[in-house]
Design a protein around this ligand. Sequence first.
Ligand code: ZN
Length: 91
Amino acid sequence: MKYAFNLEWNELSEELREAKIREYILAGDKRDCEECDGVGEIPTAMERGDIKTSKPCSHCSGTGRVNPDPDDLHQQEEAEEDIRIHFPIYF
Ligand SMILES: [Zn+2]
C-alpha cells in the first residue's frame, strides 16, 4: 500500500512544492537583515567635524532583523533544502 507521505519531495508537483516552500518561509523566524548583516547600522564615511560613523539601517529600521520573504530566491533555495532534508516531516 502506498501512502502519501512515502512520496519523494521531487515527485511532488511544482505548484505544491512552491506552495510548501512559501508556507515554510512564512512560518520561519525573522532573519538577519542582509543590508547591514544583522547589525542594524550602516557604516558611513567619517566627515570632518562629524563623529557619527554609522547610521541606522533603513532596510530593517535599525533592528537588524527582517521578516522572512518568500519571494527571495536565496530564501527559497534554503527552505527547499531544509524541507528536502527533513521530508516528509513537514507534511
Ligand atoms: Zn538592516
